[in-house]
Design a protein around this ligand. Structure first.
Ligand SMILES: [Fe+2]
Length: 178
């Protein structure tokens, strides 16, 4: 389950209901998929062939189609990042810039970990959402955020898009520190 860390207060929010309540208040979608549906050989694999990516999408076909129908996503794919990814350092540096998108950014983690750092309302400020396998999150359209890996430096996630062009990152200059 996801863990939230509020940067200004160092408050830590854990437990499904607490996380859900906090994220709902910030307009962030949070759901959880059953990881037992993922074939064993794909659970800790971070360099994936096209067939293996297809295997993940097949395992979660029902969840993906239901989410797509509910929220209007038209296409989906798999992203895998690890130290085996060419230019991983450059990519991570690029990811750490606060930005927005013209559509929501939805990710379902199927292996490894990732953190979305999201700008909450004025009272909350920036908060980290640490994600583990099974966690599904959507950062709302236009909401400043950035993404980074955790200590394991590896993640596999399903991405869903309304329009792939909608995922272009627009830099966001903030007056408050992240
Ligand atoms: Fe983003």
């Amino acid at each position: 389950m996801a863990v939230i860390k509020v940067r200004n207060t160092s408050e830590v929010i854990e437990g499904h209901d607490n996380v859900l309540t906090f994220l709902e208040k910030q307009g962030v979608l949070y759901e959880h998929w059953d990881m037992s549906k993922l074939p064993e050989e794909l659970k800790e694999k971070f360099v994936l062939s096209d067939e293996e990516k297809e295997g993940i999408l097949t395992a979660y076909k029902d969840e993906i189609e239901e989410l797509a129908e509910r929220r209007g996503y038209k296409t989906w794919d798999i992203v895998a990042l690890s130290d085996a990814t060419p230019n991983i350092e450059e990519l991570l540096k690029k990811f750490e810039n606060v930005h927005t998108h013209t559509e929501d950014e939805v990710r379902a983690i199927t292996a490894g970990h990732g953190i979305f750092i999201i700008k909450g309302n004025d009272e909350v400020g920036y908060f980290d959402v640490e994600l583990e396998p099974g966690d599904v999150i959507s950062v709302p359209e236009g909401n400043p955020h950035f993404f980074t890996l955790m200590e394991d430096r590896q993640v596999v996630a399903v991405r869903l898009f309304i329009e792939t062009e909608g995922w272009v990152a627009h830099p966001y200059q903030d007056t408050v520190s992240k």
